[in-house]
Design a binder for this molecule. Structure first.
Ligand SMILES: NC(=O)c1ccc[n+]([C@@H]2O[C@H](COP(=O)([O-])OP(=O)(O)OC[C@H]3O[C@@H](n4cnc5c(N)ncnc54)[C@H](OP(=O)(O)O)[C@@H]3O)[C@@H](O)[C@H]2O)c1
Length: 332
């Protein structure tokens, strides 16, 4: 299944498209950006449709991206193609669609169905293939949310559910639900996650990989091409470790420099090599790179033709990452 992956009972392309950036600007209650800056909706729609043409069948969004705008744009782009694609969204953040402010979170079981109904309306569909918890309540509180997910499956509103979490304990707790089919977590050639992949193996879950391009670091962002304006990378909250003031930090840039030659050694671009690493890492991985342009959609979908990196390339990368004094080790 080189180019296909299992997501619960359905099969999807091994590559999904992440729809955070195409939601456009939104912010927290202090006005700090939570989006990736201005977007051209027509270009976003063309990019989604181009991805479908090139064989991509999986799209990941969230209600909060662009305060509802990402779901609306994705719904417009996929109108008439609903049966050809698999759509995932997320709940848990609360926002004001008019002011485009994320106002807080809601981890109550009663909120789940309300949030889903609004999501379905924005997407213009009657069901989701995957519904993911987007916030980090305690495992005890999440058990009730897992049950709410089961109710939605029973009512035919979602096919399966999962948790977007980097905590293996939380992922495993959700996996106890019969229709939990995936965990969404960070994974990239710059950030391995062996414990989460082990949870996926143990519980037969898909591993949906967010930030597979390290938020553009494994792309074309450098000190001379900084992210600007209302792009979250230019404000860089504490959890965003790759960038400061829109520029890759020196430590992370040196990590990229250390892996670049191997990732691009067989004619792949850096981004395509980074996606190839993810497919070689496990047969459960589904990277969901973000995008804003048709050119990025074509380059990322083009990675499917290259497929996973070879075991030799993986071994070379492991050596670079673990060599004493290597940038990867120095950066911790
Ligand atoms: N908590 C969560 O659940 C959570 C958190 C984060 C992300 N996600 C999901 O994961 C998806 C992807 O993660 P991410 O947005 O953090 O980052 P990412 O996929 O690692 O990086 C995306 C960015 O990389 C750049 N890029 C994309 N394709 C490229 C190419 N071919 N060549 C060069 N640069 C390229 C673009 O930015 P520039 O061109 O502007 O540099 C793009 O916006 C999101 O869209 C979202 O669906 C979920």
């Amino acid at each position: 299944m080189t180019n296909r992956r299992k997501l619960g009972t359905v099969e999807v392309s091994a590559l999904g498209f992440g729809c955070w950036a195409i939601g456009g600007p939104f912010s927290d209650t202090e006005g700090k950006p939570l989006g990736w800056g201005e977007v051209d909706d027509d270009e976003s729609i063309r990019a989604v449709r181009r991805a479908v043409d090139l064989g991509v069948t999986f799209f990941d969004t969230a209600d909060v991206y662009g305060a509802g705008h990402s779901e609306e744009v994705l719904g417009r782009a996929l109108a008439g193609h609903r049966d050809e694609v698999v759509i995932a969204s997320k709940w848990g953040n609360v926002f004001d669609a008019d002011t485009k402010v994320r106002t807080g979170t809601d981890a109550s079981p009663g909120y789940v169905r309300r949030a889903l109904e609004a999501t379905l309306k924005r997407l213009g569909t009657d069901h989701l293939d995957l519904y993911q918890l987007h916030i980090g309540p305690s495992i005890e509180d999440a058990v009730a949310l897992r049950e709410a997910g089961e109710d939605l499956v029973r009512d035919g509103l979602v096919r399966g559910y999962g948790w977007s979490t980097d905590d293996p304990g939380r992922a495993a707790a959700f996996a106890a639900g019969p229709h939990c089919v995936a965990v969404q977590h960070e994974l990239s050639v710059l950030h391995d996650a062996p414990e989460l992949l082990a949870v996926c193996d143990r519980h037969d879950l898909a591993s949906i990989n967010r930030s597979p391009l390290a938020m553009g670091l494994l792309g074309r962002r450098t000190a001379s091409r900084p992210a600007t304006g209302a792009d979250i990378r230019s404000a860089a909250p504490d959890w965003l470790r790759f960038f400061r003031d829109g520029v890759p930090t020196a430590q992370w840039q040196s990590r990229v420099d250390a892996v670049r030659e191997i990732l691009t050694s067989d004619g792949r671009t850096l981004a395509q090599g980074a996606l190839g690493w993810l497919w070689a890492r496990s047969e459960r991985t589904i990277p969901i790179p973000g995008f804003r342009t048709v050119a990025q959609a074509e380059e990322n979908a083009g990675a499917l033709a290259h497929g996973p990196l070879t075991s030799e390339q993986l071994a070379e990368l492991a050596e670079v990452a673990t060599a004493p004094g290597s940038p990867a080790v120095a950066a911790g």
